[in-house]
Design a binder for this molecule. Structure first.
Ligand code: UD1
Length: 353
């Protein structure tokens, strides 16, 4: 490939693209970086660019927030002329956010090849917006880079030609390994020594006031046994404020930069989350993870890693927390190819394509 154009838009994309940009740069390949502007707050975007040493985007589409249809359509409209101007040989898209599917659709319609990093993951739950994004993006992609064996199997079952599928491992772990030393040196910044770390932003958990109230009640109870640190996604912030849950041991924060968040994950007693990437990071770190979802598109974190799916009924938090505090936590291993070299494998393939 002579010229590769990357599309990023939301926080998890930045973590995935950083090592790929670096690996391709080492090979002297021409690269263009497009930021859709899906995430735009300083602590959801700029801080990630600086900590992960991502070069400034060549183009920022500045789309901002909106309904799924509005956001996806806006990205498509603004991205098409960029592709036509830059004329890349291939476009790399990452993960499963609206920016990913929007860019893939644009490219497919003007016959620009697409490569999908983190292909093949499936929750088999079409009520998740990300599942739609994953399915459509994979369908449209010419090269599919998977993080684990289940991704290959899902794609083969959907009829994707085997020669398009490349199991490269997990690029998120490349970023984690690069910045773990910095995270371990990170000052405590007043965070408690022993704590449970919480993140929540899935619509199924936070958009329904009743569900969110039940989760917060369980966290409030858990905070009687362990300090809880909860960096709150913008989507969740207003809803929590409306419900009012202050307790002395439940600490709410703005979203944290990558290194600070990784430092908390690495030393947490347990992580309670509904994020996809955090299920993977805790598996790598060997930290117990309770996932507040009915399903996961990352089943390897359950079969091999430390992840326990506790469903959407938060009453299980208490019992699982007791096991962990008693030292009876699930033991895990690191999945194959989650070794810090996934981006190098992607670069090798793109270099010779
Ligand atoms: C998106 C992804 C989700 C990913 C998450 C990571 C989709 C469908 N979802 O969800 O898969 O796990 O990012 O964070 O793409 N907002 C801000 N500042 C920002 C960005 C968003 O305040 O910088 C607020 C806006 O009110 C917005 C809401 O957050 O309406 C949701 O943002 P959006 O990008 O639509 O989805 P996320 O929930 O962030």
């Amino acid at each position: 490939m002579r010229h590769i154009l990357h599309v990023v838009g939301a926080r998890p994309n930045f973590v995935k693209a950083a090592p790929v940009l670096r690996a391709l740069n080492q090979r002297g390949i021409r690269q263009t970086l497009v930021h859709t502007g899906q995430h735009y707050d300083r602590n959801m975007s700029d801080v990630f660019f600086s900590q992960l040493e991502i070069p400034e985007a060549d183009v920022n589409l500045g789309v901002g927030s909106g309904s799924h249809a509005a956001q996806t359509a806006e990205i498509m409209q603004r991205f098409e002329p960029v592709v036509l101007t830059y004329k890349p040989d291939i476009v790399l898209v990452y993960g499963d956010v609206n920016s990913t599917v929007a860019a893939a659709l644009v490219c497919a319609k003007i016959s620009v090849p697409v490569a999908h990093v983190e292909a093949g993951l499936r929750s088999f739950d079409r009520t998740m917006p990300e599942e739609i994004n994953r399915m459509v993006t994979d369908r449209l992609s010419d090269l599919l880079f998977t993080p684990s064996e289940d991704g290959d199997a899902n794609l083969r079952n959907e009829g994707v030609a085997p020669e398009k599928i490349h199991r490269v491992g997990n690029v998120m772990i490349d970023s984690l390994l690069r910045l773990l030393p910095a995270a371990k040196d990170c000052p405590r910044n007043g965070f408690p020594d022993r704590m449970a770390l919480v993140t929540l932003h899935r619509p199924s958990n936070v958009d329904n006031a009743g569900n969110l109230q039940r989760i917060l009640d369980s966290l409030r109870q858990a905070s009687e046994r362990i300090d809880i640190v909860f960096p709150v996604h913008p989507r969740t912030r207003q809803r929590i404020a409306d419900l009012g849950i202050a307790t002395p041991k439940l600490h709410l924060h703005d979203p944290l930069p990558y290194i600070e968040f990784l430092s908390l994950q690495a030393r947490a007693t347990v992580v309670i989350t509904d994020s996809g990437g955090i299920q993977e990071e805790t598996t790598y770190l060997g930290v117990p993870c309770l996932t507040l979802r009915k399903n996961t598109e990352r089943p390897i974190t359950v079969s091999l890693g430390t992840n326990v799916l506790i469903g959407e009924d938060p009453s299980r938090i208490g019992a699982e927390l007791s096991n962990i505090l008693d030292g009876k936590m699930k033991q895990g291993t690191v999945p194959p190819l989650w070794d810090g070299s996934a981006a190098q494998r992607i670069a090798d393939i793109l270099h010779t394509t």
